[in-house]
Design a protein around this ligand. Structure first.
Ligand code: URA
Length: 279
């Protein structure tokens, strides 16, 4: 047994592979993911038990405690049953018969670790039933705070891009993301997170009933089309989830690479032509 020196706080249970480990986390304002990384690191070093950071003189403890009946030996921790998170998600998504139900099913889904580090679920914004449905990657800091997709700088650029072809989320566009919870430090979503949440995305599209999908950036292309390489894919109509799909550069990328706005403009015009029945 090796002690971890994380103390002064709540007991924190971690199920890591075969081990069920209980440690204490400092109440230091650490977020879930940082606290977890610290604990995992201690466990890698061999820690299996929480200890205090100040020594305890057990001979000096009051009689009541030292003579107290020895507690029964703790039962060995049971190995948690492995859960097929994607199968659970599939079942939960399938039974959602409306967008309200789907939102509730996603709120109740506890198997994606991202949920623990996020402030809230970011479900969707815009007009359900619109002809155009945009699929972004995952919420960032602003979206996590507001509970709506694309409200930060990238979202503002997206709104301007849409306005250029007479689209507006308040009237004729519906917007969601591949993942509904913010990844820590805005890292890229992991393939297993995308796979786990994909049944919800598929049901989201089925319930929102758009005519076309716009997938923004590589992560969305991967999730919807099973392909990466946005520079090659952008502007080329594809098919997925029984709908025409157009991949486009992500607005966050366009903020970093404004010279690519020319291609984005061409793709927007193509989308507009399709909506007008011209392509
Ligand atoms: N980027 C995304 O892909 N989605 C958001 O909601 C915000 C930024």
């Amino acid at each position: 047994m090796v002690g971890a020196t994380l103390c002064h706080g709540k007991v924190y249970s971690l199920s890591l592979g075969q081990k069920l480990v209980r440690l204490r986390v400092m109440e230091s304002g650490l977020d879930h993911h940082t606290a977890r990384a610290l604990l995992e690191w201690q466990i890698e070093l061999g820690a299996t038990e929480a200890i205090g950071d100040a020594p305890v003189d057990r001979y000096a403890l009051p009689d009541k405690v030292s003579k107290a009946k020895k507690p029964a030996a703790a039962e060995p921790a049971k190995k948690p049953e492995p859960v097929d998170a994607a199968a659970v998600a599939k079942q939960a998504a399938k039974t959602a018969g409306s967008l309200v139900d789907l939102r509730a099913a996603m709120e109740a889904f506890d198997l994606c670790d991202l949920k623990r580090g996020a402030r809230q679920l970011v479900f969707a914004d815009g007009t359900p039933g619109a002809r155009v449905m945009i699929i972004g990657e995952a919420p960032g800091r602003d979206e996590d705070r507001e509970g709506k997709p694309f409200v930060g700088r990238a979202g503002q650029l997206l709104d301007r891009m849409l306005a250029a072809i007479d689209l507006d989320r308040r009237e004729n566009v519906y917007i969601t993301n591949v993942l509904p919870w913010r990844p820590p430090q805005n890292r890229d979503p992991k393939p297993e997170e995308i796979g786990m949440m994909k049944p919800f995305l598929e049901q989201h599209v089925a319930l929102a009933k758009p005519e076309v999908l716009v997938v923004m950036g590589n992560i969305s292309c991967q999730a919807v089309l099973g392909k990466r390489g946005i520079t090659r894919l952008r502007g080329k109509w594809d098919q997925a989830l029984n709908l025409p799909v157009i991949p486009m550069f992500h607005p966050a990328y366009l903020l970093r690479q404004p010279q690519m706005k020319r291609q984005a403009w061409a793709d927007l015009l193509d989308l507009q032509a399709r909506l007008r029945g011209g392509s």
